[in-house]
Design a protein around this ligand. Structure first.
Ligand SMILES: Cc1cc2nc3c(=O)[nH]c(=O)nc-3n(C[C@H](O)[C@H](O)[C@H](O)COP(=O)(O)O)c2cc1C
Length: 242
């Protein structure tokens, strides 16, 4: 390997550490039975679990803690229009009257957030019924994961500025568009076909259309991870699907 050049560097204090993560459109059920959608990107997966970092006062957090159900819909890089339509909206009416000193809610009001009751209508996205949970999936999203809440952790307990929650959800069923599946495999995504929308420092990006390099990690057989994932559901994915 040729040595990499090392540029000069500085210590800085970035106000945000959004280094680049996929945009997830979380659907949840409101108290009156209608649906909410929230774009978010503080999300990562391990085994069949996903950790979600959300503001405690977001309608999504309130709905998720109450109902214990959500769908994690992943946006592709051609969905920036819908994501921008949902940006700076909330399903919480309280945002319109939030007073100074109410933390994130006041921050939202001061930064032009608006209450939107019908996020599907507002974004032009299409609801599709889920199999195992009440919130609908978003039909346009290439990957949709039905999920159940398993754990709640209050972040920044040691700090003065609180109000963020890490929520652990278990993926219970995964739906994907056929055009991102790997040919010849019942249960694999083809990363050459999957083009996630990435949020980096509040800007929206796509990934390069080709691999940066061959991957040493990718030499591990994906099925080797099965013990940490859901068992193969014969009803939803059979060899005939290949
Ligand atoms: C691309 C994008 C990524 C976002 N990521 C997060 C996030 O990771 N966590 C969070 O709390 N809010 C995030 N937000 C802001 C939420 O969308 C915002 O809090 C929204 O009001 C939540 O909607 P709700 O109150 O209806 O749940 C993000 C917004 C956009 C547009």
């Amino acid at each position: 390997m040729a040595p990499l050049s090392i540029p000069s560097s500085q210590t800085i204090s970035p106000p945000i550490f959004y280094w680049g993560t996929p945009v997830v459109l979380i659907t949840t059920e409101n108290e009156d039975g209608t649906s909410n959608i929230a774009p978010m990107s503080s999300a990562w997966w391990l085994g069949n679990r996903c950790m979600l970092g959300l503001g405690a006062i977001s309608q999504t957090t309130i709905n998720l803690i109450r109902t214990k159900q959500c769908v994690l819909n992943l946006a592709s890089d051609n969905m920036a229009g819908a994501v921008n339509a949902l940006a700076r909206t909330t399903g919480s009416k309280e945002v319109m009257t939030a007073a100074e000193g109410t933390g994130y809610l006041y921050f939202k009001r001061m930064n032009g957030y608006k209450y939107v009751s019908d996020k599907f209508g507002h974004s032009g996205l299409t609801p599709a019924a889920s199999d195992l949970v009440r919130p609908p999936r978003i039909a346009e999203c290439p990957a949709q994961m039905e999920a159940e809440l398993k754990g709640v952790y209050e972040m920044m307990q040691d700090a003065e500025m609180k109000g963020f929650i890490a929520l652990e959800v278990q993926v219970t069923r995964t739906h994907v568009h056929d055009n991102i599946r790997m040919a010849g495999h019942a249960n694999r995504i083809d990363p050459d076909k999957w083009h996630p929308l990435i949020m980096s420092f509040q800007e929206l990006y796509g990934l390069s259309r080709k691999k940066a390099s061959a991957s040493v990690l990718a030499k591990i057989n994906e099925e080797g991870y099965r013990p940490f994932a859901n068992p193969v559901d014969e009803e939803v994915s059979t060899e005939e699907d290949i």
